[in-house]
Ligand binder design. Structure first.
Ligand code: HEC
Length: 77
């Protein structure tokens, strides 16, 4: 399967969200949640993700890249 882009789940036409109940990652694998709208993140003060587990945008952005059912990439150079 072709590599995923952030916009494959965070769809521009749906306010950068995913209208499906569960977002689909690499190799037709499904996560446990749907991608929420991504906007105004600089003003988020209660953590990112539905459960707030990422403290900052930078911490958050690295997670989908490495998540095995989402993008399944590595960050090693
Ligand atoms: C496979 C689908 C998928 C891909 C690809 C994906 N995301 Fe997500 N994204 C999600 C899901 C699902 C959540 C919610 C996860 C959770 O709460 O556990 C999420 C949450 C987020 C959030 C949190 C927003 C908030 O309000 O807390 C941000 C920011 C985000 N993604 C950015 C990105 C970026 C940047 C990329 C590319 C590097 C990316 N996403 C790739 C599915 C995806």
């Amino acid at each position: 399967m072709a590599p995923l882009a952030c916009a494959d789940c965070h769809k521009q036409q749906d306010a950068f969200s995913d209208i499906r109940r569960f977002s689909e990652g690499v190799d037709n694998q499904f996560g446990d949640r749907q991608a929420m709208a991504v906007m105004n993140l600089a003003w988020h003060k209660n953590g990112l993700f539905w459960d707030g587990r990422a403290a900052h945008v930078r911490d958050q952005a690295l997670m989908p890249i490495q998540n095995p059912v989402e993008m399944d990439e590595t960050l090693t150079m």
